[in-house]
Design a protein around this ligand. Structure first.
Ligand code: HEC
Ligand code: HEC
Ligand code: HEC
Length: 129
């Protein structure tokens, strides 16, 4: 191949890679919102594990409850909400600081769980404990 052709191809290559990587850089620059972790204490599992696997363990526990009637498992959605709800509005939703909503807006993954499940801490139960 003639050297000038190589140069043209290289130029095209650099130009397109700059184009395609631009949006990635934009995403990297927008910081992850600071999440309101909620009540504190200890997560039901290692936070690193939870960050990666919470969807699977939640769905697994849901299936066990719905299909086999097994209750009181380790990965209860009600328990996540109870602990992770913000002290400001007692919810895991509401703003980009709220635990489930904040990260999910950031990663752009929709969750429909709270159409049925409560996103609020059971304040009354909490107080009467
Ligand atoms: C008793 C309180 C408590 C319960 C119950 C609890 N968590 Fe956590 N969770 C925490 C705390 C505190 C952290 C932060 C730990 C840290 O960063 O060291 C955390 C961290 C996490 C993280 C990682 C967040 C991040 O920024 O990386 C995820 C995801 C998570 N929890 C999901 C869940 C889910 C889903 C449930 C229910 C199955 C749940 N948690 C139940 C207290 C709890
Ligand atoms: C159409 C309504 C509906 C939707 C949407 C829904 N659930 Fe459920 N879920 C239920 C009902 C009803 C139960 C049974 C409640 C019980 O018997 O305790 C249940 C039970 C569960 C349980 C077991 C009880 C517990 O708290 O441990 C988990 C876990 C669960 N759902 C997770 C989820 C997750 C995660 C999503 C979103 C991906 C979701 N659900 C979406 C209706 C729904
Ligand atoms: C630190 C970030 C983070 C936090 C906090 C977080 N999630 Fe997620 N969640 C994710 C990511 C990322 C995915 C998508 C993972 C994938 O697709 O592989 C996800 C996926 C899910 C899914 C599966 C969605 C689907 O359609 O398959 C459910 C259900 C879910 N999260 C529930 C929750 C609930 C409930 C909370 C609050 C208790 C929560 N998440 C908090 C990052 C987070």
């Amino acid at each position: 191949m003639a050297p000038w052709r190589m140069a043209v191809m290289l130029a095209i290559c650099i130009a397109t890679s700059a184009l395609t990587s631009a949006p990635v850089f934009a995403a990297d620059e927008s910081p992850m919102p600071k999440l309101d972790i909620g009540k504190g204490g200890k997560c039901v599992d290692d936070p690193k594990f939870m960050r990666k696997n919470h969807m699977d363990v939640l769905k697994h526990q849901r299936d066990e409850t719905m299909r086999q009637g097994i209750r009181g498992g380790k990965y209860s959605l009600a328990a996540c909400v109870d602990c992770h709800a913000s002290k400001k509005n007692n919810s895991v939703l509401g703003s980009n600081e709220n635990f489930c909503q904040g990260c999910h807006e950031y990663v752009e993954v929709k969750i429909d769980c709270f159409e049925c499940h409560s996103s609020k801490r059971k304040v009354v139960a909490e107080v009467s404990k």
